[in-house]
Design a protein. Structure first.
Length: 202
């Protein structure tokens, strides 16, 4: 089961697909691209935490784009594997934690808001739970991927929000927004599944 959010559909995929086609005839493997994406997230985190918010924000969106290259490359080569899927999912979670953690450090060091650490903790917890909720839905429910259940604040949308907020130097407010939309997404998915289950049982 796969799902592309609106940002992936109209911004990320038009960039990641040509990149995957360019790599299709090289020795580069999908798993190598996955690990490169994680390294890119690490670099993004270092720059953001050090105060280079514009470069860091640009790299947040770059991570989002490059994150789609490994899957595209695997499909082009007909080499999609369960290991690759798990590796991609695990590194995505580390990337999310690195980026939100770096935004939190930036908010603490360079902004005047109070309790930025607490807000960052809420944001990273909610972001990881959103991803976990999607994984559980995909693993246990036979639902066609749709904007209805996945699209309220999918990872591509959250990444773009994080990128814009970081570039603008407003990491604290952005962390609040990321927490809010992630919490709403989790609540909506639970409500959606409850209503869907009732419909199926009626």
């Amino acid at each position: 089961m796969s799902y592309d959010g609106v940002v992936s559909r109209y911004l990320n995929r038009p960039l990641s697909r040509p990149a995957a086609r360019a790599l299709a005839h090289t020795p580069v493997t999908p798993n190598a691209v996955t690990m490169f994406t994680l390294l890119l997230a690490m670099g993004c985190a270092v720059l953001t935490a050090a105060g280079a918010n514009i470069a860091g924000g640009i790299l947040i969106q770059a991570v989002s784009v490059v994150d789609g290259v490994d899957g595209e490359l695997a499909r082009l080569r007909n080499r999609a594997t369960r290991l690759g899927e798990v590796l991609d999912a695990v590194t995505d979670r580390y990337a999310d934690a690195l980026i939100i953690g770096a935004m939190t450090v930036y908010a603490v060091r360079f902004e005047s808001w109070q309790h930025a650490e607490f807000v960052g903790l809420l944001a990273v917890g909610a972001a990881l739970t959103v991803s976990y909720s999607r994984g559980r839905i995909e693993a246990s429910m036979r639902l066609a991927p749709s904007d209805g259940v996945f699209g309220l604040a999918s990872r591509d949308v959250r990444s773009l929000v994080a990128a814009v907020g970081t570039v603008s130097g407003q990491c604290y407010i952005t962390l609040v927004i990321l927490f809010a939309v992630s919490a709403l997404t989790i609540a909506w998915r639970l409500l959606y599944l409850r209503l869907r289950w009732r419909t199926l049982m009626a």
